[in-house]
Design a protein around this ligand. Structure first.
Ligand SMILES: Cc1cc2nc3c(=O)[nH]c(=O)nc-3n(C[C@H](O)[C@H](O)[C@H](O)COP(=O)(O)OP(=O)(O)OC[C@H]3O[C@@H](n4cnc5c(N)ncnc54)[C@H](O)[C@@H]3O)c2cc1C
Length: 289
């Protein structure tokens, strides 16, 4: 089936307007961002919203900025703008590394960070990044604004904690002076969804891992994080042995399924190896290497 079912369409001009439209159009209305996940699902009749509320003309949802000690990324910021953002690159090179391996320029020119988060695909690269960085989702609805840690934003594969009349407005990431970060991904061909991925940040002080965050996509971790591996590393010396021990925990505690991308053991092995590589590079960057 290549043609979506008939659907009503409305263009929102502000977040308040989008919420108003979602309320008016009822529970079967959905926001549309870049459309790179929603439209294919509609064509395949895996999704059949009765109305679409277009978020593309809402200026307040665009762009990357610093607010106090956080970087704030508007939900409608496109992959391409994240790839090219000097602010993100200065504080967290992990974003550019992840964007380099997300799809292709056509997808990156329209797909958005908010759409990626709300689609909640277990293989979404930016969800692993957001969980690794312990970011926060800023959500607006009829009752006002609330913030949810990204590690609690996903409620299972393809599910989020958003109510039908709520809009994801931004994602916030704490700035951590001295942090190094890195992203690693194995894909079957360039730009494909990952077989397994690992994103990390590490802060090393006086040779000790003072803080770290570890996120893995495509290996079944519904919240894309590996707290057991983080616990194993924080407070340990920044050595190959410590990184290997933490990476081993990430591989053991992820929950992949066997599919056309490979069997479970292979994905666990990749998770361990990619986490190790990312930790090494992030720790070296934190130490100014
Ligand atoms: C060929 C191809 C390859 C891809 N490869 C990768 C890859 O390797 N790695 C990767 O991570 N991603 C990949 N993607 C997905 C890409 O990242 C998309 O951009 C992303 O899935 C959806 O973003 P979007 O802006 O197009 O969202 P849409 O398709 O417009 O929306 C997706 C969902 O989110 C909801 N939504 C969107 N924005 C909001 C909001 N602000 N508030 C509330 N709900 C909202 C919509 O209602 C819908 O349910 C690929 C996509 C394609 C088409």
């Amino acid at each position: 089936m290549q043609t979506p079912a008939p659907v009503d369409y409305a263009k929102a001009t502000s977040v308040a307007h989008a919420i108003e439209l979602l309320q008016q159009l009822g529970d079967e209305a959905r926001p549309i961002a870049g459309g790179h996940s929603l439209l294919p699902m509609m064509k395949l009749r895996l999704a059949a919203p009765e109305a679409l509320v277009d978020l593309n003309d809402i200026p307040e949802l665009q762009g990357v900025r610093i607010e106090g000690d956080h970087i704030v990324v508007g939900a409608m910021t496109k992959h391409r703008d994240i790839l090219e953002s000097a602010i993100l690159h200065e504080h967290y090179p992990i974003f550019r590394e992840a964007e380099h391996v997300i799809a292709d320029p056509i997808v990156r020119n329209r797909g958005t960070i908010g759409g990626s988060a709300c689609q909640a695909d277990p293989a979404a690269d930016l969800s692993a990044v957001g969980s690794a960085l312990r970011g926060t989702a800023v959500i607006q609805g009829p009752g006002g604004t609330r913030e949810v840690p990204l590690r609690e934003f996903h409620d299972g594969p393809y599910m989020t904690v958003l109510e039908p009349t709520e809009v994801l407005v931004a994602l916030k990431y704490p700035i951590r002076p001295g942090a190094g970060s890195a992203y690693e991904k194995v894909e079957r061909r360039h730009g494909d969804w990952g077989v397994a991925t690992a994103g990390v940040f590490v802060v090393v002080r006086d040779g000790v891992v003072a803080d770290c965050g570890i996120g893995n996509a495509a290996v079944g971790a519904e919240h894309y994080c590996s707290p057991g591996a983080e616990d194993a590393l924080i407070g340990q010396p920044a050595t190959e042995e410590s990184f290997a021990a933490a990476a081993k925990v990430a591989g053991e505690q992820c929950n992949p399924s066997a599919d056309q991308r490979g069997p479970v053991d292979y994905k666990r092995h990749l998770t361990t190896e990619l986490t190790l590589r990312a930790l090494r590079r992030a720790a070296a960057a934190s130490q100014g290497a």
